[in-house]
Design a protein. Structure first.
Length: 319
């Protein structure tokens, strides 16, 4: 029987799917918008469109976020969301019943959480699955020596996943509730304190994505729109150096976590590792070999894709 091989990553707030022989075919925020009528409901939107409805606080729909910090928090809606994403990317109904997947997860998910995720994926149409830690995928993506010790720091939107991996086992693994969202809030506070303007964390995230840099005195600038004390909209300029002052404390906090548990090389991945100047700033703060991949945001899922295409054995999570 013909099976479709997928790699699936559950991030802080998104689902990423890789298909063997093709590459990344879906990257959606874990949001589901429905119109409810008693016990029944109709799907209004999923992914990015559902997230927009959530942020706009639309009154005529109910928006669920059934997966938070890589954990299933609403099984029923998680099944609906994942099933819809799979239907959108795999049109053939027969193939939807013959899915196999390699599922990349953070190091700190416990057995109960993994069993729940396994059950949700089965109900969504994934017949056979294998769990693998994010750090194993990163090592595969970078073609690092499989015998080497490695620390992987995956800085996501809500959490930072830190794990230490040796050839045969995991020496350390923990999730910390610090990440990109903390940077957004720091920018929001900085703008209020220094520009006298009120902005949403969504605006701050857009500013961060546009100009954030850890290079000292980076002169690149962008504009945003805020609300002043007279409740008027004001267009204001902000520099990369100002953004650095706002967010550098978050990176420093993460670096302290690293120093507490490890004294070998470190690989930075995840969305917040895409910031300009991370390599140079980390080298100043941490006296360790540093690696920042070319595509840190997708390093885990690309590594999972490599494992799909490889005949080599790799370290799995047995559930």
């Amino acid at each position: 029987m013909f099976n479709i091989d997928l790699a699936i990553k559950f991030g802080s707030n998104e689902i990423i799917i890789y298909r063997k022989g093709i590459g990344i075919i879906a990257k959606e925020p874990a949001f589901l918008a429905v119109i409810e009528n008693g016990k029944k409901f109709k799907i209004k939107a999923i992914g990015k469109q559902a997230e927009k409805l959530f942020l706009s606080k639309s009154s005529n729909v109910t928006v669920y976020q059934p997966i938070k910090n890589s954990e299933i928090v609403n099984e029923k809606m998680a099944v609906v969301l994942i099933s819809e994403i799979l239907k959108n990317i795999i049109q053939d109904k027969f193939l939807l019943t013959n899915l196999t997947a390699l599922v990349a997860v953070p190091c700190a998910l416990n057995e109960r959480q993994l069993i729940t995720l396994k059950r949700v994926l089965h109900e969504s149409g994934v017949n056979k699955l294998t769990f693998v830690q994010n750090s194993v995928c990163v090592r595969a993506n970078l073609d690092l020596d499989p015998h080497s010790h490695i620390m992987v720091v995956d800085i996501g939107k809500y959490i930072t996943d830190i794990s230490v991996l040796n050839e045969f086992n995991f020496d350390f693994g923990r999730m910390y509730f610090i990440g990109g969202q903390d940077m957004d809030k720091s920018i929001t506070t900085f703008i209020a304190d220094n520009h006298g303007l009120e902005v949403s964390d969504l605006t701050s995230e857009a500013v961060k994505n546009e100009v954030a840099s850890l290079y000292n005195r980076d002169l690149y600038k962008t504009e945003y729109i805020g609300i002043d004390e007279n409740n008027k909209f004001v267009r204001q300029e902000i520099s990369a150096n100002e953004v650095r002052l706002a967010i550098v404390n978050v990176y420093d906090e993460i670096f302290k976590l690293i120093a507490d548990v490890y004294n070998n090389g470190v690989v930075f991945v995840g969305g917040a590792s895409s910031i300009s100047g991370l390599y140079e700033y980390a080298k100043k703060k941490i006296d360790l070999p540093i690696i920042v991949p070319d595509e840190p945001m997708d390093s885990v899922i690309l590594g999972a894709g490599k494992l799909l295409n490889s005949n080599k054995e790799f370290l799995k999570i047995n559930i």
